[in-house]
Design a protein around this ligand. Structure first.
Ligand code: SF4
Length: 346
């Protein structure tokens, strides 16, 4: 028998559940795709991406047959590009090793690229009705408040406590609905700011409400330092278009394309020595035409764009015509810059 709290939560879910495109199916391909897209991405921001992926790749076979560039291009703007690369690797593995059918076993799912405990639990509970509780930010917050848990939720001991509570609450007959209900309730009622405690059907079970600690929860460990970097990009026009360079280093934006670039320590400013080291002596002149900041989870980038003029065009870069620029997956700040300079459209 489910606990009374679970029963009330599921009743609330029946009436209030979010109408999301992947909720209309139990097909693991769509559930998996949505989960990968919405890791680190808000639903409002990612929904168009999900719809575009589904339209272009309606099943795991079509995705597996795509090239990495095609997938990265469709992913462009979502950030955390390793998700897109893993998406493709996993699609290929599912086709090759599982004949296109997602495994229904926890450890087999965990062996696939980009699938962790969270995504494996969603697939198992929603698609195969197995009792694996899903813990995301919404669930962390809701459980911390329901049980007045003041441990750091982002360290293993805190996670274990939250998981223990979720495992006790899960409805063994309807684990998929239970997980989605927890996530929706956290997103719609027990929100980070101004949770709707006065109309909350779980208020009578909520220890944080009883103790007046709702706004203190959940508790996260203090933030790690932010790495500051400064990127100096060079827009180099050629007869055909502009020069691009693929990022092959083990770093952010791996495999995406950007401009020839000099990275400096954030306290240093660019001088001609740096440019001679990078381009040799063919550089004639350069001028700053745009600057911007870009924040990532643990990095803050100061980005400078220069137009650079050469006596002879440097070698070793990709010469891309303006008509073809749209085909290359580029990082968000480069995309914005290209749009402003060349008025590119999708
Ligand atoms: Fe969340 Fe408030 Fe409901 Fe407690 S009473 S579960 S804090 S919305």
């Amino acid at each position: 028998m489910p606990q009374p709290l679970t029963t009330e939560l599921l009743q609330w879910f029946l009436i209030n559940k979010r109408n999301l495109p992947w909720r209309k199916t139990k097909d693991p391909y769509f559930i998996w795709l949505s989960e990968i897209i919405f890791q680190q991405t808000r639903i409002s921001q990612g929904i168009d991406y999900y719809l575009r992926f589904v339209e272009k790749f309606p099943d795991v076979f079509s995705l597996a047959a795509a090239s990495e560039d095609e997938v990265l291009k469709l992913w462009q703007g979502l950030g955390y590009y390793s998700r897109a690369r893993n998406l493709l690797k996993t699609a290929r593995q599912i086709v090759k090793e599982y004949n296109g059918i997602f495994p229904s076993d926890f450890s087999e799912l965990m062996n696939l690229k980009g699938i962790g405990e969270y995504t494996a639990s969603v697939i198992l509970s929603v698609c195969y009705e197995k009792p694996y509780a899903v813990i995301d930010g919404n669930v962390n917050r809701l459980i911390s408040r329901l049980y007045n848990i003041h441990d750091f939720i982002d360290v293993p001991a805190g996670q274990e406590k939250i998981r223990g509570k979720a495992d006790k609450l899960i409805d063994l007959q309807h684990p998929g609905d239970f997980n989605e209900a927890m996530m929706d309730f956290g997103a719609m009622v027990c929100t980070p700011q101004n949770p709707d405690c006065n109309h909350c059907p779980l208020q009578k079970y909520c220890k944080a409400f009883e103790k007046g600690t709702v706004n203190m929860l959940p508790v996260k460990s203090p933030k790690k330092g932010i790495r500051k970097r400064s990127f100096h990009y060079f827009l180099i026009r050629t007869k055909k278009g502009v020069l691009l360079k693929q990022r092959t280093e083990k770093d952010i934006w791996h495999s995406l394309f950007d401009f020839p670039m000099v990275e400096l320590n954030s306290e240093m400013s660019l001088n001609s020595e740096h440019l001679i080291t990078y381009f040799g002596k063919a550089l004639n002149s350069y001028k700053l035409i745009h600057e911007t900041k870009h924040k990532l989870t643990h990095q803050e980038l100061s980005i400078y764009f220069y137009e650079a003029f050469f006596d002879c065009i440097p070698r070793g870069f990709l010469d891309v015509s303006l008509n073809e620029l749209n085909k290359y997956a580029v990082p968000k700040p480069v995309e914005n810059f290209l749009k402003s300079v060349f008025q590119l459209t999708e």
